[in-house]
Design a protein around this ligand. Structure first.
Ligand code: KG4
Ligand code: ZN
Length: 334
């Protein structure tokens, strides 16, 4: 069969990224332009600024990707784009850009869900095993999904309030760390101990998660100590929070492994870059004799290569979008 090259575009949040992906799992070229430093000045992503920066940079990101790949747009077989979920203004920049390329070069357009992209990041340089338990852990989502085949999803559980990445970012801000909080909490936690006994929030036998209570208990703890004029050991707080946040995931994953007897686990989304988390999940998988698939670090956070990987099964099925494709800020996988 002829090799299939998909030009893929990701602009759902604060990374402008374009990739060319061959046959759904080989990255020919990838460019990621992050706006992180700009948003760090405001303590979080400012949607208006994000969409303006995508508009300013997207053509340059395309040029750079084509140069790296030594290819032209017309050498590609399809254009894929993240159309949901994400920041509406940011998504729109990518979607409109993709539509223009699809029209001008007469290439089919493929609509990709960002979260499904995170799952398919595990397929890059590899393949997906089915059935599997996919744990999506990002800035906006915390979901445990059962996958029985390509694009066959069953929701087992999800967060009832905040996402895990959101909790990392908020706790980081409270203890004076810069955005994005996740990597900074991970770094500081290495210098601390699990000294604070934080509550186990969703300690029940559902597959649902909750992070708002854990976040609030850290904020209350910091405020209480501050009001008493006590010195706060931020490294201990970072370590205690990270331990509790990860334990919530491993507890639910363990429950799912026990009940479903599924032997393959996938971790997806920005928080999967956390090495402590990777280690703890690995331990649970070993205990249940399950195989763990982790994305390479570069494919953990937002990137267009994962969008190309997720677009490939849709290309094979001929599931193409029309030029009236629109972006939507919220959506569910299943
Ligand atoms: O998947 P992603 O890049 O964007 C979304 O789709 O949300 O995830 C971003 C989230 C942020 O909340 C960030 O703090 C978190 O992933 N993150 C981490 C780490 N690296 C990124 N959280 C914990 N530890 C990390 N090393
Ligand atoms: Zn993401």
């Amino acid at each position: 069969m002829k090799d299939i090259y998909i030009l893929s575009i990701e602009t759902s949040c604060d990374e402008t990224s374009i990739a060319i992906v061959k046959n759904g799992n080989e990255v020919v070229a990838l460019t990621i332009l992050t706006q992180m430093d700009t948003h760090a000045n405001f303590g979080g992503v400012v949607p208006e600024i994000a969409s303006r920066m995508h508009t300013e940079n997207i053509t340059m990101v395309l040029e750079e990707t084509l140069q790296k790949a030594k290819m032209k747009v017309s050498d590609c077989d399809a254009i894929a784009v993240t159309a949901t979920p994400g920041l509406l203004g940011s998504l729109l920049v990518g979607v409109e850009f993709a539509k223009v390329l699809s029209y001008v070069y007469n290439l089919p357009l493929i609509k990709v869900n960002h979260l499904i992209g995170h799952i398919y990041a595990n397929k890059i340089g590899d393949h997906l095993e089915f059935p599997n338990l996919s744990l999506i852990i990002s800035g906006g989502h915390t979901e445990l999904i059962k996958m029985t085949g390509d694009y066959e999803f069953e929701m087992l559980g999800e967060t009832q309030d905040d996402a895990i990445g959101e909790a990392f970012d908020k706790v980081a801000r409270v203890i004076g760390l810069k955005y994005p909080g996740g990597p900074n909490i991970e770094k500081l936690a290495k210098e601390g101990h699990n000294a604070y006994n934080l509550p186990k929030i969703a300690n029940d036998d559902t597959y649902n998660f909750s992070y708002s209570g854990l976040k609030s208990s850290v904020i209350n703890l910091v405020n209480k100590e501050k009001s008493k004029g006590n010195e706060i050991n931020t490294a201990d707080i970072a370590c205690s929070f990270q331990t509790a946040a990860v334990e919530e995931l491993t507890r639910k994953l363990e429950l799912a492994l026990k009940k479903t007897k599924i032997k393959n686990v996938i971790i997806a989304g920005g928080v999967s870059a956390n090495k402590y988390l990777r280690g703890q999940i690995e331990e649970v998988c070993e205990k249940y004799n399950a195989t763990l698939s982790l994305p390479e670090f570069i494919y953990c956070t937002d990137n267009a290569a994962m969008i190309g990987a997720a677009a490939y099964p849709l290309f094979l099925k001929g599931e193409f979008a029309d030029l009236d494709l629109n972006a939507t800020s919220t959506s569910r996988i299943c």
